[in-house]
Ligand binder design. Structure first.
Ligand SMILES: Nc1ncnc2c1ncn2[C@@H]1O[C@H](COP(=O)(O)OP(=O)(O)OP(=O)(O)O)[C@@H](O)[C@H]1O
Length: 252
């Protein structure tokens, strides 16, 4: 149910040029509870895409489906042209898709360094991508360098988020799925976090699909966005267009 005037076909190169990730008419959910209905979305090379929507719209569920953490009842999810259906989360991670879940997903009793090395363990099983080093992560998040040997659970919310993203980067991903990376951050830090994500995207040339509640901030760093409502995509378009559209706020 995409609104007219925002379709992908309006791009000069057409809908399928340089598509890295493609979600095609997906239904997914939990057992008998269908959450996502006929969801389609794509991310092209060099893009940051925002996935927006109110609580319970199905944003996390879509990220989990892409990451292979839950099954898909209908449709297809293709990464670099290959269907991911049935691959499971370990294989999807090795193919280069890293999920940073909501709530950070770090190991609080391991040190920051040990958490980062868990990501490096995934990277050791892949040979076709340049390795993201610990130095890169510590340059990106200097606050972690100073506390490398401390337990991750002792860090502030924002620093734990850095550990989660850093661990995902250490897996040398091709694509990052970020579920509300600014959760729990002070407003002044939200902008910094999103700027750092944009820097990572540019420097490592990896695709990013980001779920965010901070709509303005998310659109500021994104190329395009999709809006999910009750499990369906109800709006999509260039970030700049959505930012200027007063009707967008009625969708939340
Ligand atoms: N593990 C689960 N088992 C069963 N139902 C779930 C599970 N996780 C989420 N749901 C349900 O799926 C629906 C979509 O939830 P989801 O977390 O994907 O939404 P969301 O858009 O990410 O919301 P939020 O912004 O609150 O995280 C909700 O009705 C939720 O109750």
């Amino acid at each position: 149910m995409t609104e007219a005037g925002t379709s992908l076909a309006s791009t000069p190169d057409g809908p399928s040029s340089n598509v890295v990730l493609e979600v095609q008419s997906v239904d997914a959910g939990y057992g008998a509870h269908t959450v996502l209905r006929d969801v389609s979305l794509d991310v092209r090379e060099g893009e940051i895409i925002s996935l927006l929507g109110h609580n319970g719209a199905g944003k996390s569920t879509l990220l989990r489906a892409i990451a292979g953490a839950i099954g898909v009842a209908k449709g297809d999810i293709r990464f670099r042209g290959e269907s991911q259906i049935g691959h499971g989360s370990a294989r999807v991670a090795q193919d280069g898709i890293a999920l940073v879940p909501q709530g950070r997903g770090i190991f609080p009793t391991l040190t920051i360094g040990e958490n980062l090395q868990l990501g490096a363990g995934v990277a050791r099983r892949v040979t076709d991508r340049p390795t993201v080093t610990q130095d890169f992560v510590l340059d990106l998040f200097p606050a972690l360098a100073r506390r490398l040997h401390e337990e991750a659970g002792t860090l502030s919310g924002g620093q734990q988020q850095m550990v989660a993203i850093g661990t995902a980067l250490m897996a040398s991903p091709r694509f990052l799925l970020l579920d509300e990376p600014s959760t729990g951050l002070a407003p002044v830090l939200v902008q910094t976090m999103l700027d750092q994500i944009q820097a990572v995207h540019r420097e490592l040339e990896i695709g990013v699909l980001i779920v965010e509640q901070n709509i303005h901030e998310a659109l500021r760093v994104s190329d395009r966005a999709y809006v999910l409502r009750l499990g369906e995509i109800v709006r999509e378009g260039p970030a700049a267009t959505l930012l200027d559209d007063p009707d967008i706020w009625g969708l939340f």
